[in-house]
Design a protein around this ligand. Structure first.
Ligand SMILES: *[C@@H]1O[C@H](CO)[C@@H](O)[C@H](O)[C@H]1NC(C)=O
Ligand SMILES: *[C@@H]1O[C@H](CO)[C@@H](O)[C@H](O)[C@H]1NC(C)=O
Ligand SMILES: *[C@@H]1O[C@H](CO)[C@@H](O)[C@H](O)[C@H]1NC(C)=O
Ligand SMILES: *[C@@H]1O[C@H](CO)[C@@H](O)[C@H](O)[C@H]1NC(C)=O
Ligand SMILES: *[C@@H]1O[C@H](CO)[C@@H](O)[C@H](O)[C@H]1NC(C)=O
Ligand SMILES: *[C@@H]1O[C@H](CO)[C@@H](O)[C@H](O)[C@H]1NC(C)=O
Ligand SMILES: *[C@@H]1O[C@H](CO)[C@@H](O)[C@H](O)[C@H]1NC(C)=O
Length: 483
């Protein structure tokens, strides 16, 4: 059994190698130098050394402030923005793609290492079983019937691990293939550097697209799974009233580190935007957005640079674009109850809960025809139309909160102390199950609970405290009971 475990280690280090290789070797191959600012900020700064003004791009200044916290690099486009040299522009786009792939790899690496922790934990159990078997083997009499039953139970607890190990082995092959492809790509890029213009950009671009697609499916495979555990909470800050909502952008991939905070559930219009989590923790460096329409509840979400929220005393969803500070869209969520008709157990006009997971944007609500049972709606972020719905059969007023992970809705049974994840609805198979996943509800009044797929964390607003949890996701495991 220890052999497969070693192999998992190999997968991880392979992925780390690919990530390193991509972030270090590749950029320099295409003339892009990357620096990472350390301490106080997690911003990534890219300073570019492009072929120069003749090739169509120009680079300007790079500066850091007095205490060295903020580093700012400006990469300005050429004076002729339409691009005097389309080749250079294409190359730059390509470079950006490679950068994006690099980011994805880092994410993949992070997620896998968390899953690995789960497997490592099982290793402890495995070792103790192994020891007990050894003892029983050398001295069969030492094993009582009860001891034997215990042992059998321990072994059956370990069975799901087999499925995970198989999965990892399959993923390992995929990653090795990916690595080879990246290597091939780099050869091409190196050739370009030597002989700029001598290559067919179209073909190159196509290969990058293909690579991205494969990487995406590899990530989805590794990244998604069933919720099996929730970590201890970390209190990030104590601020605001008893009820509220806070979040970061939930789209993958995104390098946006801003944090938004929306205090209260009734008629609020002030959204505070912090530059980073560090700033949010200290309550510094924020700007205020005054929304043109007030909000209801705490079910807001930031997705792909826009804030989606429920408009006060209506079932209208508003899309507010944060950078341009304008409302892009408004649309009524057909038939959805509002104005505290079908809230979660804590009330607060929490009728409509918007959220995002690995697969996109969702609305959780209910209607009179659905008899107050939770409806899951798949929302198109571009039009706010509901594309598909599922009736979960779970009464919304009996739910504390709910959140979506990998297309599965998880529902808590209360907002108070003792709450647990009690119910799960799988949109992939339109089926539900009752669950018993505990978590520590430290301040005993949760008015917001949302999953952020980018960080694989749960964000909660608990009695005026802003709290984070990590989650453990388990890969899909076939039932080994009947194998
Ligand atoms: C990148 O930066 C390093 C040191 O900062 C330098 O030695 C190297 O030449 C740079 N790469 C390119 C392609 O300019
Ligand atoms: C890289 O990712 C960013 C952020 O997701 C996106 O805006 C940009 O268009 C991507 N670049 C390319 C070339 O795909
Ligand atoms: C990489 O290039 C080699 C030689 O051109 C080719 O045999 C191999 O199939 C390529 N690998 C991938 C994954 O594209
Ligand atoms: C649906 O998703 C759940 C949770 O990720 C998983 O356990 C289940 O096997 C999936 N069902 C199908 C039919 O894919
Ligand atoms: C994210 O927003 C950009 C425009 O800002 C858009 O082009 C892109 O399609 C959006 N992506 C998703 C997944 O909604
Ligand atoms: C919403 O509820 C409040 C208080 O219950 C009530 O005064 C108001 O008329 C309702 N508004 C709508 C649009 O239903
Ligand atoms: C989640 O895990 C990451 C990486 O292991 C760790 O840095 C972070 O502190 C954890 N957060 C919580 C809330 O436990």
């Amino acid at each position: 059994m220890s052999v497969p475990l070693l192999k998992i280690g190999a997968v991880l280090s392979t992925m780390a190698m690919v990530t390193n290789w991509m972030s270090q070797t590749l950029p320099s191959l295409v003339g892009l130098n990357e620096t990472i600012a350390h301490g106080g900020t997690s911003e990534k700064i890219i300073s570019a050394l492009y072929p120069g003004p003749d090739e169509g791009w120009q680079i300007y200044s790079s500066a850091s402030d007095a205490d060295g916290k903020c580093v700012c690099t400006v990469v300005a486009p050429a004076q002729t923005p339409c691009g005097r040299d389309p080749r250079s522009r294409q190359l730059r786009q390509l470079t950006e793609r490679v950068q994006n792939v690099t980011q994805s790899m880092e994410l993949l690496d992070l997620r896998t290492s968390r899953d690995l922790q789960y497997v490592r934990d099982s290793e402890v159990l495995l070792r103790s079983v192994e020891n007990r078997v050894k003892t029983a083997h050398s001295n069969p009499r030492s094993l009582s019937p009860k001891g034997f039953q215990d042992l059998k139970r321990s072994v059956s607890q370990l069975l799901p691990l087999l499925g995970v190990l198989d999965q990892y082995r399959a993923d390992a092959a995929l990653v090795i293939y990916l690595k080879e492809e990246v290597r091939n790509l780099s050869r091409v890029l190196a050739a370009i550097q030597e002989e700029l213009g001598a290559y067919d950009y179209e073909e190159l671009q196509q290969r990058v697209v293909l690579l991205e697609t494969r990487l995406q499916s590899c990530m989805n495979k590794l990244g998604c799974g069933r919720l099996t555990g929730i970590s201890n909470p970390i209190t990030v800050r104590a601020s605001g009233s008893r009820f509220g909502s806070w979040m970061t952008d939930a789209m993958i991939p995104s390098s946006d580190n801003r944090v938004w905070s929306m205090d209260g559930y009734f008629k609020g219009r002030r959204v505070l935007e912090y530059r980073t989590l560090g700033d949010f923790t200290k309550g510094q460096n924020f700007v205020v957005h005054l929304l043109p329409h007030p909000w209801a509840g705490t079910g807001h979400v930031v997705y792909n640079g826009s804030l989606y929220y429920n408009k006060h005393q209506s079932n209208i969803i508003v899309q507010y674009h944060l950078r341009s500070r304008v409302v892009l869209l408004q649309r009524s969520l057909g038939g959805a109850g509002y104005n505290n008709t079908f809230p979660y157990s804590w009330g607060g006009s929490s009728d409509i809960d918007l959220m995002a997971d690995e697969t996109g944007l969702w609305a959780i609500y209910t209607t009179i025809p659905n008899g107050g049972n939770i409806v899951i709606g798949r929302v198109d972020p571009q039009t706010l139309e509901v594309r598909q719905t599922w009736d979960t059969g779970f009464p919304k007023r009996s739910a504390g909160e709910s959140f979506m992970i990998c297309g599965t809705l998880y529902v808590t049974n209360s907002h108070l102390a003792g709450a647990k994840i009690y119910f799960a609805y799988h949109t992939n198979s339109s089926s539900y199950e009752y669950t018993d996943i505990p978590f520590h509800n430290q301040y005993s009044h949760i008015s917001m609970l949302d999953y952020n797929p980018r960080e694989r964390a749960l964000y909660t607003w608990n009695n005026g405290h802003q709290v984070l949890y990590n989650v453990t996701l388990f890969h899909v495991i076939r039932s080994f009971g009947d194998a």
